[in-house]
Write a protein that binds this ligand. Sequence first.
Ligand SMILES: Cc1cc2nc3c(=O)[nH]c(=O)nc-3n(C[C@H](O)[C@H](O)[C@H](O)COP(=O)(O)O)c2cc1C
Length: 391
Amino acid sequence: MAYLTFHSAGESHGCGCFAFVQGFPFGVPVGTAAIDRELARRQQGYGRGGRMKIETDKAEFLSGVRKGRTMGSPVVIAVRNKDSRLESAPELDCPRPGHADLAGHLKYDAPVRDILERASARETAARVACGALCRLLLKHFGIDVRSHVMAIGPVEVPGDFCPAFEDMVKADESQVRCLHKPSQKLMCEAIDQANAAGDTLGGVFEVVAQGVPIGLGDHTQWDRRLDGRIAQALMSIPAIKGVEVGPGFANARLRGSAVHDPITYAPVHAPTATGGFSRPSNHAGGLEGGITNGQPVVVRAAMKPISTLMTPLPSVNLHTGAPMAASVERSDCCAVPAAAVVAENFLVFMLAQALCEKFSGDSLQEKLLNYQVYREQISRVRRARPTEKAE
Ligand SMILES: Cc1cc2nc3c(=O)[nH]c(=O)nc-3n(C[C@H](O)[C@H](O)[C@H](O)COP(=O)(O)O)c2cc1C
């Protein structure tokens, strides 16, 4: 049973996107400025299309917040659309390859417009709003999440490029959110070339969570494993087609001795989130057996090239079956930097959900107390346990 849940509502050209967050604890100081900051980050990036020039996303609390702190009741956040023309938006006769257009049209027996309005990545504004809210909770537990872009189209950062967590804040200074300076220019050039050809690009990004305590997620049931839950969350972001925990695919080509992270221990004199246990490496990406192991949680995701091509691919007219070029909607050429921000905020939500399960309590204060007790428990100085005899 997940205590903290998120759902969204809204259409791309409806009145807005709405985040419904249930199970968020009482007493967390919140404000729209912190959410607006994350929404603005989602709107950035080299290669974005016209929509992002129209929208200036701003959050509005519709419920669950009073006097600048959460009430323990469901939090609803609205992000209004400026480009709101759902009733007058044109119908699409030729489904676009790579979109939900054809499958959704046939499955629902509905106009393509009714499908694409909800399938649109505009929905990710609601995910970011939810993640930004959860970030305000996680900071009380010392958890921070950052991201950076590793590849756009054919341009990749070198394999041994491994930025420090502290440096990842600088990703926002780059239009492609890449920390490897020589690659930044090449990525922009690759986007320009694809754009000029009416084509699009995808890429790869990494999201890292620091300060995550040992023990979030659970090994006892398949749907409690946090690695699987995070993979589903990231894979559900539009256009994400691959997820790995740590360097998962590279690990598969190595021997176990080169992959698994040795365990070290040094007694601690004050409670900590890792109880004195440490690892000199983090090839596991911070997750073993579906449980966080106290190392940073590291996940990477692959985004396919944007589906809408300005030089459209062959499709068919849905009324006549005649071959025709796919319909063209206003579109990004590359949205990898924005997708990294979406993933970052959605990982924040997944960690907040796991944290709320582990440290129960209706209020922030109660959760912090439970967290403190847990830190004391895992930080007790190790000694041999007396053998207990069964009665
Ligand atoms: C931040 C972000 C922005 C996106 N912008 C566009 C876009 O402008 N045009 C487009 O065709 N697809 C865009 N996409 C991807 C599509 O929404 C997605 O490919 C499509 O809905 C089909 O879903 P699927 O790729 O997950 O199968 C974007 C995705 C993200 C995460």
